[in-house]
Ligand binder design. Structure first.
Ligand SMILES: [Zn+2]
Ligand SMILES: [Zn+2]
Length: 322
């Protein structure tokens, strides 16, 4: 049986603490150590000490995805504990010094019809936490489907894109317990984060379609317990899957109603949902709306027109909500 312990780690973000998980079976393994801040290092060290484990005892670090709140301390653990880092291949590019999150997405902002002022607001909203970067050596690249062996158990890696294209979850088959990262959370719906296709950066990945596919997989898995990357444990996984599906279905139906008689840009739709938001939240709003319009377009429920480089969306005549 695997012994898995939650360690809430401080983050400076509105989401609150991130949950690191210690698998206290040899080789000791940490999942998502947290952001690279002094406060996070302290909460991680204290959490480990309360479990009778020293930072230097950590042999492996597994990252569910590259987001700063989860991944920043991986490099530190590699340096001070010699821990081997495990990460999905699609996240490796995002964990290098050259990676420019916004640069990869600039053409999408233009396509969204984003006013210059709003774009500046996003670009100037700098993250105070440094960019997470992988060490030069000691990294194992995953594709999903690997088994991480422990004394007394194993974790299976599952590729679950949608929130991030190289997002993985870890499944303890004996305990029927899923370490879910940001794939599913108890109280908030994870953002289907806007991602360029690594094979063609002018195209977006179908993040909502990917995400809904992951929910199907989760439903078939029927975990007894879900340990998420933020907040409380999820005991009723099927209920959470149902809620996540309903949330997106409602959003998709509302969007087709808004696009009934008029065409709108992604920026206009984002402002319809979120009239007041600012800074990085504008990015999150744009990302969410793109996920939904791309999904509806692929389903043939809306059509797209190009107006001076801006995509305008409108409901396809004769299409019913479903
Ligand atoms: Zn995330
Ligand atoms: Zn997160």
């Amino acid at each position: 049986m695997l012994e898995i312990y939650k360690i809430p780690v401080h983050t400076p973000y509105p989401v609150g603490p991130v949950n690191a998980y210690l698998v206290k079976n040899q080789p000791y393994t940490l999942v998502d150590p947290g952001p690279e801040t002094a406060e996070a290092k302290q909460s991680l060290a204290e959490g480990l000490a309360s479990l009778g484990v020293d930072i230097k005892d950590i042999s492996r670090v597994v990252l569910t995805h590259s987001h700063t709140d989860h991944s920043g301390l991986a490099r530190w653990l590699s340096e001070i504990a010699g821990a081997q880092i495990y990460v999905h291949r699609f996240e490796v590019r995002k964990l290098t010094l050259d990676y420019d999150f916004y640069q990869e997405r600039l053409s999408f902002f233009q396509e969204a019809g984003m006013p210059t002022e709003a774009l500046k607001e996003i670009l100037n909203d700098n993250d105070a936490v440094g960019k997470p970067v992988l060490p030069d050596t000691g990294v194992t690249i995953l594709s999903g489907g690997e088994t991480l062996k422990f004394e007394g158990g194993a974790l299976l890696t599952l590729h679950m894109p949608g929130h991030s294209d190289g997002h993985i979850c870890l499944y303890d088959q004996d305990g029927m317990c899923l370490l879910a990262g940001d794939f599913i959370l108890k109280h908030i719906s994870p953002n289907p984060n806007m991602e360029p296709d690594p094979g063609n950066f002018t195209k977006r990945l179908p993040t909502l379609k990917q995400y809904l596919g992951g929910l199907d997989l989760l439903e078939n898995l029927k975990p007894r317990l879900i340990l998420p990357g933020h907040g409380k444990n999820i005991e009723n996984g099927l209920e959470s899957v149902k809620k996540a599906r309903e949330h997106h279905k409602e959003r998709l139906n509302l969007m087709t109603s808004v696009l009934e008689n008029n065409s709108h840009s992604v920026y206009q739709l984002m402002r319809f949902y979120y009239p007041q938001i600012s800074g990085f939240e504008i990015y999150l709003g744009i990302s969410e709306v793109f996920a939904h319009v791309d999904y509806l377009l692929a389903e043939g429920r809306i059509i797209k027109k190009n107006s001076y480089g801006i995509s305008l969306f409108q409901r396809q005549a004769g299409c019913e909500n479903s």
